[in-house]
Design a protein around this ligand. Structure first.
Ligand code: BG6
Length: 511
């Protein structure tokens, strides 16, 4: 996005390298960057408590990353794995960091890393270790003096706290020794190609932007739907989090910011984040006292996904059988600013919905006069057919696309209305594969570009918005409304929109 401040080659330290994230996301992304020539000489140092040699570390990663690789990929891996190293330390032991400093220096000299290149520390550990990790970096001298602050970047994964108070505490822990500019909070949604395209679509074209405001838009819907449940033991974490903390507070609110923010004066990190921040500040929740009027929470019961039976949430592995955790949330919120005043925003996310689909739907107002109303009959059944509101759909995943729905005249002797779709499909248009979110984000950290990372004030504003909802649920004695797995959420979610004379758009993947 903005101009890179470094060539990108950096020493990469992954704290908590024995975890799932390293093998599933980080190393595959670094391998792709290597294959594309972005990473050539950067040593990648896994740091964790278990005793392991470099060779063992490489073999383990190879087994996960290279699943049925072709010959060329295996050849590339053999060159790439020369960059992979392992250092065993207990991150909670402050005395161990001295040894880490020596190992890093030794490996940098082995790889001929230039003296002033940056170091990236990826905290792929539980947040309970962040304090020890950052203190260890400080006391061992791995945090450079302020005038060279760009030489260290620390990447943090969500969850960034559990509510407003804990998010503040976490920020405090990190900023005790680090400068805010050195902290890169990853929201992997911002690394998705189609999410980045939202800003280009809006501010790089002149025909849509003049319509995106209260004069023309009737409502905006954002859906982050998933058909998966609690696979791979995910229930243990999810049962402490739920849909608001896991997806709405971060991914969904970020999408809302991108689709509603004002154009920045310059396309650079600070200005883009400032504009997003203004949206978060203008978000208008309903009152915590009448929460059921504007928020719906649901939990899945047993049902069918792709025709296969799946268990209820409470029967999932590592989930409490009496859990009241929400696996679905829908909200009706407003944005108090000149552009959006009075426009309802309907947000929803959930697990075990019929499809995995993320999309933003901008629904425009009806034309002022309805000139084309005709009666159409199918046998004995007759219906009045009118023009449908125009919709602009930004499909983030799967089948990344943008489409515009409008009304046309069906050929014939009468004015029969037929909605049609004009679409742009990424895969059809660009033959290259879309880069993975982690590839893009890791490269940005290495280049020192923080545009796609969440700043602390954004994070706290998002927590400030959702925390009253979470508190109200905790205090209430009610349980989430059940919905069968494989359906679009509890009945109350339909009421949330129908009360305002609207309906959810049911995403159709064949569009
Ligand atoms: C993660 C959540 O942040 O995002 C998961 O913790 C969720 O629960 C995932 O499944 C969704 O990401 P994606 O890229 O698969 O849409």
């Amino acid at each position: 996005m903005s101009a890179p401040t470094t060539t990108g080659e950096s020493t990469i330290l992954i704290f908590g390298a024995s975890g799932d994230l390293t093998a599933r996301k980080l190393v595959p992304a670094l391998f792709q960057l290597f294959r594309q020539g972005y990473v050539r000489t950067s040593p990648i140092i896994g740091v964790a408590r278990r005793n392991k040699t470099d060779a063992q570390f490489r073999t383990e990663l190879r087994a996960t990353v290279l699943d049925a690789a072709d010959q060329q990929t295996s050849k590339d891996w053999r060159r790439f794995e020369q960059l992979l190293h392992y250092v065993q330390i207990d991150l909670s032991d402050q005395t161990a960091y001295e040894g880490l400093v020596d190992s890093v220096a030794e490996l940098e000299s082995q790889h001929r890393t230039p003296q002033n290149s940056a170091r990236v520390v990826y905290l792929a550990t539980t947040p309970s270790l962040f304090d020890d990790a950052v203190s260890g970096l400080h006391h061992s001298g791995l945090i450079p003096p302020l005038e060279h602050k760009e030489r260290l970047r620390v990447v943090v994964e969500k969850p960034f706290g559990h509510d407003l108070a804990s998010a503040k505490e976490l920020n405090h822990t990190l900023t005790r020794w680090l400068h805010e500019d050195q902290i890169y909070r990853i929201d992997h949604y911002l690394g998705k190609e189609t999410v980045q395209n939202i800003l280009l679509f809006r501010f790089g074209n002149s025909i849509f932007e003049p319509l995106l405001n209260r004069n023309h838009v009737d409502n905006i819907q954002i859906t982050v739907a998933e058909s998966i449940g609690m696979e791979r033991g995910r229930g243990a974490f999810y049962d402490t989090a739920g849909a608001v903390r896991d997806v709405l507070q971060n991914h969904l609110l970020q999408l809302l910011c991108l689709v509603t923010m004002e154009p920045p004066a310059l396309f650079e990190a600070r200005q883009i984040r400032d504009e997003k921040m203004k949206i978060l500040q203008a978000l208008r929740p309903g009152s915590p006292a009448s929460i059921n009027h504007w928020v719906v929470r649901g939990q899945y019961s047993a049902g069918l996904i792709d025709g296969e039976p799946v268990p209820a949430y409470r029967r999932e592995d590592r989930v409490s059988p009496t859990s009241n955790r929400e696996t679905y949330v829908a909200m009706n919120v407003g944005i108090d600013n000149w552009r959006w005043e009075g426009v309802p925003f309907f947000l929803r996310t959930g697990k075990r919905l019929p499809e995995r689909v993320t999309e933003i739907v901008v629904q425009f107002k009806q034309p002022p006069l309805n000139l084309f109303s005709t009666v159409e009959c199918d046998g004995d059944l007759c219906d009045i057919v009118e023009t449908q509101p125009n919709q602009l759909v930004l499909r983030i995943q799967p089948q990344e696309s943008i489409f515009l729905r409008f009304s046309t005249k069906r050929p014939g002797m009468q004015y029969h209305v037929e909605p049609v779709v004009m679409d742009f499909d990424y895969e059809d248009h660009f033959s290259a594969n879309l880069p993975g979110a982690y590839e893009r984000l890791l490269l940005d950290v290495m280049r020192g570009d923080s545009t796609l990372f969440t700043r602390s004030d954004e994070l706290l504003a998002a927590w400030k918005f959702v925390t009253p909802v979470l508190q109200a649920w905790e205090e209430s004695l009610s349980s989430p409304e059940l919905y069968s797995a494989g359906t679009w959420g509890p009945p109350a979610a339909s009421r949330l929109v129908s009360e305002y004379g609207r309906a959810w758009r049911e995403p159709r993947l064949d569009e």
